[in-house]
Design a protein around this ligand. Structure first.
Ligand code: 8X3
Length: 257
C-alpha cells in the first residue's frame, strides 16, 4: 500500500494549475480527495475527469469561495464525521492581479489579492487546523512563492501576500511544535499556468510573453514535489521548498534566450 493511499487530502483552488495537478497526482496515489472550488461547472468537470482516470478514488466537491470565512467554516463543518480527520491540507488558492506599481493598484486588485492569498488561506486554515490538532495528525502545505522571498517591481502587493504566506507558515510551525502536525511552505518560481492570464485579465499575448524564451516549470513539477513532501515519514518535516526554473535564480532574475 502506498504511503498516501486512503489519506484525506483537502485542496483549495483545485480546478486549474498547480491545484489541479495536485488533485490528479494525489488521486494517482489513491488518496481521498476533498476539493474546494469556486466555480461549480469547472469543479464538476474536474471530478468527472478524476472519476474516469481513477474510478476507485473518492472525490468530494465543495463549492465555495475561500474569501468568505463563514462559507469556509460551513463547508468544513458539513463534511461527514469520517472525513473530518483531514491528513493533508493544500492551501493552493491564490492569484496575482496586474503588474502595477504599489501606488498604482486599483482598490479591486488590492482586495482580490489580499482577500484570496492571505485571508482565504487563513479562513481555511482556521477551520481545518483545529481538526488536525484534535485528531493528532496532519500536514499543512501552503503555496507560497519566490515572490514572497524577493520583491519585484510591479509585484508589490502579490509579493507581500506571498511573504505573508511564509510568515503564517512559520508561525503555524512554531504553534504546532508540540503536535504531530507538520507545516510546509512551497515556493515555486516561474510555472506555466493560467497565472499570467489571470494576472493580465485574459490578455493572451501578454500572458504568453511571460513564458517566452524560458522553459518554465510545469504545474506537475510542483505537484510532484508536493506529493513527495507529503510522503516522508512522520519524523521528517520539510519546512520550506523553493523551486526555480533552470534559467531562473529568484523572482527577479530570469534569463531568457
Ligand atoms: C508566481 C511566481 O515570480 O511570477 O508565484 O511572481 S512570480
Amino acid at each position: 500500500m502506498g504511503k498516501l493511499e486512503g489519506k484525506k487530502v483537502f485542496i483549495t483552488g483545485a480546478t486549474a494549475g498547480i491545484g489541479k495537478s495536485c488533485a490528479m497526482k494525489f488521486a494517482d496515489e489513491k488518496a481521498r480527495l476533498i476539493l474546494m472550488v469556486r466555480n461549480e461547472e469547472k469543479g464538476k468537470k474536474l471530478v468527472e475527469e478524476i472519476n474516469i482516470k481513477y474510478p476507485e478514488v473518492e472525490v468530494i466537491l465543495l463549492i465555495g469561495d475561500v474569501r468568505d470565512g463563514k462559507v469556509c467554516e460551513e463547508l468544513v463543518n458539513s463534511l461527514p464525521e469520517e472525513l473530518k480527520d483531514i491528513d493533508i491540507l493544500v492551501n493552493n488558492a491564490g492569484l496575482a492581479k496586474g503588474l502595477n506599481k504599489v501606488y498604482e493598484n486599483s482598490i479591486e486588485d488590492i482586495n482580490t489579492m489580499i482577500d484570496t492569498n492571505i485571508k482565504g488561506l487563513l479562513f481555511v486554515t482556521r477551520v481545518i487546523v483545529p481538526l488536525m490538532v484534535k485528531y493528532n495528525k496532519g500536514h499543512i502545505i501552503n503555496l507560497g512563492s519566490v515572490a514572497g522571498v524577493n520583491a519585484y517591481a510591479g509585484g508589490g502587493v502579490y509579493c507581500a501576500t506571498k511573504a505573508a504566506v511564509k510568515f503564517i507558515s512559520d508561525a503555524l510551525r512554531l504553534e504546532l511544535i508540540e503536535t504531530p502536525v507538520k507545516v510546509t511552505n512551497i515556493q515555486p518560481g516561474i510555472v506555466e499556468t493560467d497565472f499570467s492570464l489571470t494576472r493580465f485579465n485574459g490578455d493572451v499575448e501578454k500572458a504568453k510573453n511571460v513564458y517566452k524564451g524560458i522553459e518554465a516549470l510545469t504545474p506537475d513539477d510542483i505537484a510532484d514535489i508536493i506529493v513527495s513532501t507529503a510522503s516522508y515519514p512522520n519524523r521528517v518535516q520539510v519546512s520550506e521548498v523553493t523551486i526555480v526554473a533552470q534559467n531562473q535564480a529568484d523572482s527577479r532574475a530570469i534569463y531568457k534566450k
